[in-house]
Design a protein around this ligand. Sequence first.
Ligand code: D5M
Ligand code: FE
Ligand code: ZN
Length: 486
Amino acid sequence: MDDIILKFTDADILLDDKAYNKLKHQKNPLKLTESLIDDLSKRDTFILTEDLVDQYFKRIKLNETSSETGVSSIQTPQSKLMDFPFDFHVLKDASKKSYTSGDIKDFSAYFNSRYQKLSGLLEKNPVLRNASPIKDVPNLENDLKIIGMVNSIRTTKNNHRIMEVEDDTGVATVLIHKDNEKLFKMSEKIVNDEVIGIVGVRKGNLVIASEIINPGVPRKEDKEMDFSAVFISDIHIGSSTFLEDAFKRFTSWINGDYGDEEQREIANDVRYLVIAGDIVDGIGVYPHQEEELTIKDIYGQYEEAARLLGDINDVKMVISPGNHDACRLAEPQPALPEHYAPDLYKIKNAEFVSNPSVVSLDGINTLIYHGRSFDDFAMTIKGMSHERTDLIMKELLEKRHLAPIYGERTPLASEYEDHLVIEEIPDVFHTGHVHINAYKKYKGVHMINSGTFQSQTEFQKIYNIVPTCAEVPVLNRGNMKLLKFN
Ligand code: D5M
Ligand code: FE
Ligand code: ZN
């Protein structure tokens, strides 16, 4: 049965068709239904008609004005009837916690934190519950189970795979036989510095693997979602390739002033806009960048960003940085400093979070990560590419780490704690960076890569990266829709 009707049935209130239709077409009908039932229970109402719904709308309108201004009932024409407070929470943000003293001790503390967090997840798997410390491997033969961080992995002359894994007690060499096809295929996705479980037998100095276990992803139940959220990234304001006209069509749409009837209806349902980094093009990000900039000053770029984003009404904006933003590059990147973007900070309802971070949008847990580590995966793993970040996002979730490969293209801060471990599986995993849209639902998680508002750059021409420009993913009450503004 419909959730609205169910709520009224539970409250012993009958609902006529007109009242139902009126409620159904409001913003956040379920929240509205709850507050309406609460109100009606004080009034002994058993049958809800359209008239009573209208009367309720009038009442809450009056309440809002009188509580906000202290004076009574005059309404501003643009005030939105169904403006419920945002149920927004930052669940994880590294901005405040993250610090480094930079000595070598941090480096081992960092890997220790990674190992502890990930082996903790692996130990929850019944198969690995009584895994042995690696130092005990020489005393074991059959039924051997260990948990280790991958030091190295390569293909041998005879086309087997060989890897070295380590825990804080020792090192083991593990062989994956080429005839074990399923395992061999899986081993092609293993990367340096990830933490895995291994089941096998010992033969001489070698562990022969029969099973390899990721920290893994338990299936997520679908969460009820009675609103829409919009996901963008890689706007690159200040670049000569920034698509300003398309971006303005997008902001007009979100305000309900652009698009066909269906698109406007979706816009009216939007409560959150999440931005996963590269808000501006930055300065000095790559050699000779100034030749491709229309705004050559970082403050000017954020001023322009504030002008464009400041046009958006009645939506909570969540802003996380990327590798072009004015932040330290090493991940976790703290939230964009107010110093560089004072006007952005003045936008009502803007929230600034680290990269990565986890936020709750009316109960929908959203993991935001710019996606720098996609470059490492696209370059090293067979079958992965900038076009298929859905495949990479799936691996990151299974490995429960956003950037497992240390010391390649993704700069990682060696801190006391590894903030890039995916400790909880989110409802939404939102990324950017590659400038190419991707979407896939994996074990109940909406994995979204949000493309870009920048047309192909000279650098991308060389790498043959063809961006998807101004195509915006919208999670519309649990369904993915891609809206085009190009
Ligand atoms: O990244 C824009 C695009 O360029 C994106 O598709 C990733 C790709 N890119 C960026 N840096 C690298 C490196 N170092 N190697 C390979 N591919 C890369 P943006 O962050 O907007 O510059
Ligand atoms: Fe980018
Ligand atoms: Zn980027």
